[in-house]
Design a protein around this ligand. Structure first.
Ligand SMILES: Nc1ncnc2c1ncn2[C@@H]1O[C@H](COP(=O)(O)OP(=O)(O)OP(=O)(O)O)[C@@H](O)[C@H]1O
Length: 210
């Protein structure tokens, strides 16, 4: 599903991440690592936010050679999402749904699952941290992605939403969508039977199969 070859990312601060070769099969994968180990750096490269040296392919499509096709296949929810304050969640959903070619019928279903009420019509400036997280999460499920990347999906959302999010991930997995999740908290690791666990430490990656 996801192939990474000769990956290298260096920040001006001196932090460097290198992955010689990584192949993730279809399914669900967990990335673990301490604060500052490089988890978000890798994810932001995979979704095309950060530039990098090397090659990343999803379902055989190269991020560098076919960036538009690649980006249609991958959706991403940030650990601490930031959106323009003056827009509402509904406006962001409308924009993302169009760019991702989402079926309109997905929207009310996802809103129900994620416990998104009337607040979605209000500007982002008025949102709590949980509402902001739900905004990032709903955008990540729109369209027909092959891979959904969720950075710290369970932090800041309430217990009921956590349970329904787990059911949603299981349902999408059964439908053939792959997931890459990160965590530095252990409590949700038992929710899924991971196909592999990637541990990142100081920009280096170790892959183990469950
Ligand atoms: N835009 C940036 N410019 C310079 N350095 C950065 C940038 N983003 C991250 N870094 C550095 O890269 C390293 C890895 O950061 P990264 O955000 O990938 O870690 P993380 O594993 O996701 O951490 P956390 O669990 O705290 O979210 C850190 O040393 C950080 O300071």
């Amino acid at each position: 599903m996801l192939e990474i070859q000769h990956f290298k990312k260096t920040y001006p601060t001196g932090f460097q991440m290198e992955i010689d070769s990584l192949h993730l099969a279809k399914g669900i994968h967990l990335i673990k690592g301490e604060n500052g180990s490089g988890k978000s750096t890798l994810l932001k490269a995979v979704v095309g936010i950060h530039d990098f040296e090397g090659e990343i392919k999803l379902d055989g499509i190269s991020l560098k050679k076919e960036p538009i096709s690649f980006r249609k296949l991958v959706n991403y929810s940030e650990a601490e999402p930031l959106f323009p304050d003056f827009l509402s969640m509904d406006e962001l959903i409308a924009f993302a749904a169009e760019t991702k070619g989402a079926d309109q019928s997905q929207i009310p279903v996802l809103k129900e699952i994620l416990g998104i009420g009337d607040f979605s019509k209000n500007p982002i400036a008025t949102y709590s941290s949980g509402m902001l997280k739900k905004t990032g999460l709903i955008l990540a499920f729109l369209g027909k992605p092959s891979l959904i990347i969720l950075d710290e999906p369970y932090t800041t959302i309430d217990v009921g939403t956590q349970q329904r999010l787990t059911e949603l991930i299981h349902r999408e997995l059964e439908g053939g969508v792959s997931f890459l999740l990160t965590s530095h908290i252990a409590d949700f690791e038992e929710f899924f039977a991971y196909d592999s666990v990637l541990t990142i430490a100081d920009g280096n990656l170790i892959q183990s199969h469950e």
